[in-house]
Design a protein around this ligand. Structure first.
Ligand code: MN3
Length: 199
């Protein structure tokens, strides 16, 4: 197995009341595990075996669509679980806060822009906070695409991402995606975002 499903750092119910335990359990052990297994199956015995995700994403437009979907699904969910609670700062601090203020005017203005990007992504996809050549920006991608892919409209290094596929929120929030987005924002582990920012 080239790609391993990372261990979840917390219990399935650790994100309550923001994200319910059943959703976390299914999302992690079925969806994320599924992307991981599919990706391994797709690269095994091909020229992609042993290649890193950065290499795959930067060239993804010329690869089979399954590699794009499952490679994105694997990477995106790795980040998603990392940037959620428990523990860690409940607000950005230091250099990261300064960068957010610089890019968006204020933390609240950032949250508005991020929530809007997540709410208006039609169908399934992701909204992101990215580092784009040293400047922070908000963007969104369809399906399991991400801003590291050569197909992304806006490219950069993702440091925070929210999954807005219905499987991420439907059991608890049904059609109320904006309520899920507001809950997600309250459950962000800003120390983890800071690690991606500095990494
Ligand atoms: Mn998902």
């Amino acid at each position: 197995m080239t790609f391993q499903l990372p261990k979840l750092d917390y219990a399935f119910d650790a994100l309550e009341p923001y994200i319910d335990a059943r959703t976390v359990e299914i999302h992690y052990s079925k969806h994320h595990q599924g992307y991981t297994n599919n990706l391994n199956g797709l690269v095994q015995g091909t020229e992609l075996e042993g290649k890193g995700l950065d290499q795959i994403f930067s060239n993804v437009s010329s690869l089979p669509v399954g590699v794009r979907n499952n490679g994105g699904g694997y990477f995106n969910h790795n980040l998603y679980w990392k940037v959620l609670t428990p523990g860690g700062a409940s607000a950005p601090q230091g250099e990261l806060l300064e960068a957010i203020n610089h890019a968006f005017g204020s933390f609240d203005a950032f949250v508005d822009q991020f929530a809007k990007a997540a709410a208006t992504r039609f169908g399934s996809g992701w909204a992101w906070l990215i580092d784009k050549d040293g400047e922070l920006a908000v963007t969104s991608t369809p399906n399991q695409d991400n801003p590291l892919m050569d197909v992304a409209e806006v490219k950069g290094k993702p440091i925070l991402g929210i999954d807005v596929w219905e499987h991420a929120y439907y059991l608890k929030y049904q059609n109320r995606r904006p309520d899920y987005i507001q809950a997600f924002v309250k459950a962000i582990n800003w120390d983890a975002v800071d690690e991606y920012y500095k990494g």
